[in-house]
Structure formats: C-alpha cells, structure tokens
Design a binder for this molecule. Structure first.
Ligand code: ADE
Length: 263
C-alpha cells in the first residue's frame, strides 16, 4: 500500500516509519509512506504556508496554493482516497481500517495545522474527513500515525498471521480474554486453571466466555448478545473459582447482575 501524507512536520512521522510492525512493513516494501511538505511548494521568499482567515477570527489557516501544489505533485493514479484528519470528521474505526486496507492500493492523508485548512481544498479533493476521537490535537500528524498503524495491520503479510488481527477485539465483536505467561505461580497471582489444562477446545470456549463477559462489564457498547447466549457464557464463567475470577479481573456479584444487549 502506498500512503502519501501531506504535512508541515514530516519528521513527526519518522517513528512510525522506523519502529515496530509498521517499520518492518516499510522495510519489506509492503508499505510505502511518502511525506510531502506544502512548505517545499510555497513560492514566496518566506515560504509561507498559512494566512489570516477572511472575515477575521483567531488563528491562521493553511493556504490553498502550497497545499494544492503538494497534492498535485502526487501522480493521479497514486492518490487514492483523500482523508483529511480533523476533529470534525467521522470517527475512525477498525472496520474503516480494514476496508481501506482491502480496497485501496493508495491513500492520501492530509494533516491540518493552525486553525485548519482552506475549505476549498476539502471541497475539491477530500473524499472523507476522519477524527480519531473526541478531543482536539494540535495537528493531524498523530492522527495520521494512528491511521497508518491500524491500516498496516490489515495489509496481507504485515502481521505474520492474519488470523491474529481477525481474533482481536474489534474484529470479532468482543474483547479478548486477559493474557498470562510464565511463571504460573507468582506472588501476584496464579494463572487460571483452564489455561493450563491442555484442553484446546475448553481453553477456546472459556476464553470466549471470559471475553464476552468482560466486554459486558467493560465495554457493553461493543457487544450485541441475545439473552440465551449471555446465560450460556455467564454459566461457564460462574463455574470458575473465586481465585480464577479475581486474576481475570472479574467479580461474581457484577456477573450476576449483567443484562444482555440485544441487536
Ligand atoms: N486534528 C486535530 N484533532 C484531531 C482529531 N481528534 N482527529 C483527527 N485529526 C485531528
């Protein structure tokens, strides 16, 4: 996948190019990230990229010309959908990440700074406005890095096992069960018995039951569950010992009070 990023601060993106899963994908050629700085396209002697808003008001606005010239330098076939990162946009979701990764060979991310960008750029070139959350960042770069990271995980070959991304919370519709590693016995607690039982079917069933109950406790908004399904998972989890419930971060009282969330 080819990702173009229009930004006044290209160095901010370096950590996502260089580290972790995205860095590996970049090195292996699965992901090509190209930063374009509108300042390099500014033609006045001060290389200005912003101006006062017409009609007055606080702050500055990113000017149309340097931004448009930077954008136009990307060959038409390599632009793909053009996403403007802004708190006014639709909320970014895992489903959107999956869809862009699946359907687009290229995408272009536009990072705003100052008070924002000239609306005419949005009208002419932007295909979707995206927000990563209900808070205001000082620019779109961190949001672009969040998008790149979550998209990269869905590019075939980026994660060793594509199943691992499908098995994660947002793809499967419920949170994962807590994870544990060696040692088993520890002063901070003992690993739940079913995880060390060696029975793969039971482990999978219990992990799902714990995941579903955990979702109802922590993020009920994510889950749609019929009453009979809830009862099955609840019964499985209530069979666990108090010690297992505790180390899993669950409370018997709370589980007894849970209500199903219907579609
Ligand atoms: N730019 C500033 N705040 C933002 C947000 N919450 N999401 C995306 N881009 C932004």
């Amino acid at each position: 996948m080819n990702i173009n990023v229009l930004t006044l601060f290209p160095k901010m993106l370096n950590s996502s190019f260089q580290e972790g899963v995205v860095g590996q994908a970049f090195l292996r050629g699965l992901l090509n990230i190209q930063a374009l700085n509108p300042r390099d396209f500014a033609e006045d002697k001060h290389k200005s990229v912003d101006d006062k808003p017409f009609g007055g008001g606080d702050g500055m606005v990113m000017s149309l010309d340097p931004l448009t010239k930077a954008f136009s330098s990307i060959p038409e076939g390599q632009r793909g959908p053009v996403i403007y990162l802004t708190p006014q946009g639709q909320l970014w979701t895992d489903a959107k990440a999956k869809s862009y990764a699946k359907n687009s060979d290229s995408i272009t991310l536009v990072c705003g700074r100052y008070g924002g960008i000239d609306q005419r750029f949005i009208n002419h070139f932007v295909t979707e406005e995206i927000s990563i959350g209900n808070y205001v960042l000082s620019g779109g770069e961190l949001a672009a890095m969040v998008l790149i990271d979550s998209l990269a995980r869905y590019i075939p070959g980026v994660l060793g096992n594509l199943n691992s991304v499908e098995q994660e919370s947002f793809s499967q519709g419920y949170l994962e069960a807590p994870l544990f590693t060696r040692p088993n016995g520890h002063t901070l607690g003992t690993v739940p018995e079913f995880l060390t039982s060696g029975h793969h079917l039971r482990i999978e069933q219990m992990r799902k039951a714990v995941g579903v109950i955990r979702t109802l406790c922590l993020r009920p908004d994510l889950l749609r569950l019929r009453f009979d399904e809830l009862e099955n998972y609840r019964a499985l989890v209530l069979r666990l010992s108090n010690q297992d419930l505790e180390v899993l971060g669950l409370q018997r009282e709370q589980i007894l009070k849970l209500k199903s969330f219907l579609p």
